[in-house]
Design a protein around this ligand. Structure first.
Ligand code: ATP
Ligand code: MG
Length: 286
């Protein structure tokens, strides 16, 4: 019987959408719609096990799933024996300490003798110990941010991304403890066949992720300017140069990163490039 890689994904919530999108971009068709606990992929030796995110690290550590996509924050909190095999770049957030806006923050020692509400007691305990702060931890699952307002705690330790939830609850972020993003985790003792499927899966994810933030660029240039123009275009190797029907002109193709986009475009125009076309890239195989 052919081996199948069992991948744990969040059933619904903030990681679900990014995970499903990544699977789609990697060309893996899932039987979606029916939210069965386990659903097979149509065209790849993989099946998805849908779980609450809290359960994913343990399920992978115990081998009930071979791999999973989960927030790094959950991996750090649960301390299960799993390998982080790939950082996935979505669901970026941080875990921070926040206190009521009207409080004046005097540094880490402010937390001595205070009561902190959180869903991440493990990470918080570690930070408190490291900094020799003696605070009381109040564990709540969900709506941690309202605790100070209703007198349940003096401060919170919670997920922050834009910070708007803090503002709504009249809180201010005073210490950033860890940053997090979605990660692909795997069981530490996968049999060789499953390891091979995992490697193929990672290869596909990398091709998709590499293409993000990169653009394909085409432009026309007078032949005598091609040397200068090529020097501005890093590309995967060197740019492709093809003659145009109009003599003395060529078409130049390359790949540029979003980050230096405007700077490069400016240089290209000054060097005499015309008819610049910039096109998104779906996948990039090296
Ligand atoms: P579940 O029902 O599966 O237990 P949950 O309510 O615990 O879900 P979500 O709110 O869906 O969790 O968040 C899942 C993960 O997404 C978090 O552990 C974190 O890694 C990330 N995350 C949470 N909030 C944000 C945010 N505002 N921006 C970006 N990423 C976030
Ligand atoms: Mg959860």
């Amino acid at each position: 019987m052919q081996q199948v890689l069992r991948l744990a994904l969040q059933t619904k919530g903030r990681l679900n959408e990014g995970s499903i999108k990544l699977m789609e971009e990697a060309g893996i068709e899932l039987v979606i719609g029916r939210r069965n606990l386990v659903s097979p992929a149509r065209n790849f030796p993989l099946e998805v096990l849908y779980l609450r995110d809290d359960d994913i690290p343990q399920t992978v550590a115990y081998g009930a799933a071979d791999a999973g996509i989960v927030g790094e924050n959950e991996v750090l909190e649960k301390k299960e024996e799993v390998m982080i095999v790939k950082r996935l770049g979505f669901s970026k957030c941080r875990l921070s300490l926040a206190i009521p806006q009207q409080e004046s923050y005097t540094g880490k020692t402010w937390f001595n003798g205070k009561k902190i509400a959180t869903s991440y007691p493990g990470i918080l305990t570690e930070w408190l110990n490291q900094n020799q702060i003696d605070a009381e931890i109040h564990v709540i699952n969900g709506s941690v941010e309202i605790s100070p307002g209703i007198g349940l705690a003096d401060a919170i330790f919670d997920i922050v991304s834009s910070g708007s939830t803090l503002v709504t609850n009249r809180l201010k972020e005073v210490e950033r403890i860890i940053s997090s993003e979605a990660v692909l985790i795997a069981n530490k003792e996968l049999p060789a066949e499953k390891k091979e499927i995992l490697d193929e899966f990672i290869f596909r994810l990398e091709s998709v992720m590499r293409a993000e933030g990169q653009k394909y660029i085409l432009l026309n240039a007078p032949n005598e300017k091609i040397g200068e123009i090529s020097s501005y275009l890093p590309g995967m190797k060197s740019p492709t140069v093809m003659p145009l029907a109009e003599s003395g002109w060529s078409s130049v193709h390359s790949v540029i990163s979003d980050r230096d986009f405007w700077e490069i475009i400016g240089k290209l125009k000054r060097a005499g490039a015309e008819g610049i076309l910039v096109i998104p890239i779906e996948k990039m195989i090296l």
